[in-house]
Design a protein. Structure first.
Length: 396
């Protein structure tokens, strides 16, 4: 193979891997995440388990994915995404089958905990680690492409799951979803060269927490995005009762929530131009401040409906930009060599906060007495995140 063929092959491999990751992210998110809210009513009706209990099992799986992301990030750095994501795909199959066949709630819970480990190996963190290393300076464009396509996971799998449930039981539906495997794509397409991350300096060996993760800048930034994630997810997932309290019909409120999801695509498209015009600290503060502003706007607006819908779309756009901020900020500030390890520690509390947000938002609404009051409390919480994000820039 001459030099031109070698160069062409090296370019083609990352592109093939990018296409594969776009496909597997849709499938993984669709089966392990977006099928659940559609199937929830069928599960509770068939089993007699309460909706909070069933949802708690799902949330527990998400929390496990946050914790498992730490060792999996280290594994990614040293072994590469092919082994990690293929193993995660293999684990996802028995986990999904276990969810479908669980004879008791305890088995159902255990199956979701296993699924949480699989999520950590096949969801965004692993894909971002691969693209960050393979695409280098072009990583923002590659990661944006994956998140744009993966944003269609709910669009594809929510109606697909609903259609299956119209003809099958929820258990058979999950068995059918378990057959939608991503193992071949991960095993055959994630083949670009991978250089294991170098060993840590001798003075840091034996310590579980990387030196970077003990710095004030790392801790402050992770805390800022954790508070922001909780605020934005809690606001998004309690949007329907807020809007119905403002006089919107249930149908229009549900449509508005769907438009919030579509708004994420706008935010992701706008992130790359934003990176060209801002510093890492500048865009972090801007996105977190915009998050606080969007939640405050939803709390303050009482109408008309068109303005409430526009505010929801803007919230979705800011949340979409926040997804890419989380994906790129570690590499922007601490480099790409040990991205998997650092991203695992950085993202663990953020993922856990997103998992707790549905329960937390509902509990806060009950505590404050109304959803508008709850949104003002979320605004204050994300406002604290703005200060933490600004402080993190002083400790780079």
């Amino acid at each position: 193979m001459d030099r031109r063929q070698t160069v062409a092959a090296s370019v083609a491999r990352p592109r093939r891997a990018l296409v594969a990751l776009c496909t597997t992210q849709i499938t993984s998110w669709g089966v392990l995440y977006y099928a659940f809210p559609v199937a929830l009513a069928s599960i509770t009706e068939d089993t007699g388990w309460s909706a909070p209990a069933v949802t708690a099992a799902f949330s527990a799986g998400l929390i496990v994915s946050a914790l498992a992301g730490i060792p999996i990030g280290h594994w990614l750095d040293h072994s590469g995404p092919r082994r990690v994501m293929t193993s995660g795909s293999l684990l996802a199959v028995p986990a999904t089958v276990g969810i479908a066949l669980a004879p008791t709630y305890a088995w159902f819970l255990v199956a979701w905990l296993v699924a949480g480990v699989a999520m950590a190996a096949v969801f965004y963190q692993a894909a971002f680690a691969a693209l960050t290393r393979w695409y280098g300076d072009r990583r923002v464009q590659a990661i944006t492409a994956v998140t744009l396509v993966a944003g269609l996971a709910s669009t594809v799998f929510a109606p697909l799951t609903h259609a299956l449930l119209e003809h099958l039981t929820w258990r058979t539906t999950y068995l059918a979803l378990a057959a939608v495997v991503t193992v071949p794509l991960h095993a055959l397409a994630l083949t670009p060269p991978w250089t294991p991350a170098g060993e840590r300096p001798a003075r840091h060996r034996g310590r579980r927490l990387p030196a970077e993760a003990r710095t004030p800048g790392f801790v402050l930034l992770s805390a800022a995005l954790t508070l922001t994630a909780f605020g934005m997810y809690a606001a998004s997932l309690t949007l329907i009762p807020l809007l119905t309290a403002r006089g919107l019909s249930a149908g229009l409120a549900a449509t508005t929530l769907g438009l919030l999801g579509a708004g994420q695509l706008l935010g992701r498209l706008g992130y790359a131009p934003l990176t060209a015009r801002t510093t890492p600290t500048g865009r972090t503060v801007a996105i977190v401040a915009a998050s606080a502003g969007s939640v405050a706007l939803l709390a303050a607006l009482t109408g008309p409906p068109a303005l409430l819908v526009a505010a929801a779309i803007a919230t979705g756009a800011i949340r979409g930009a926040g997804t890419l901020l989380q994906a790129t900020v570690v590499a922007d500030r601490w480099g790409t060599a040990r991205y998997g390890t650092l991203a695992g520690w950085f993202s663990a509390p953020i993922t856990a906060a997103a998992a707790l947000a549905p329960w937390g938002g509902t509990a806060l609404a009950e505590l404050t007495g109304s959803h508008p009051a709850m949104f003002w409390w979320l605004t204050a919480l994300v406002g604290v995140a703005v200060a933490l994000a600004a402080m993190s820039g002083r400790h780079r």
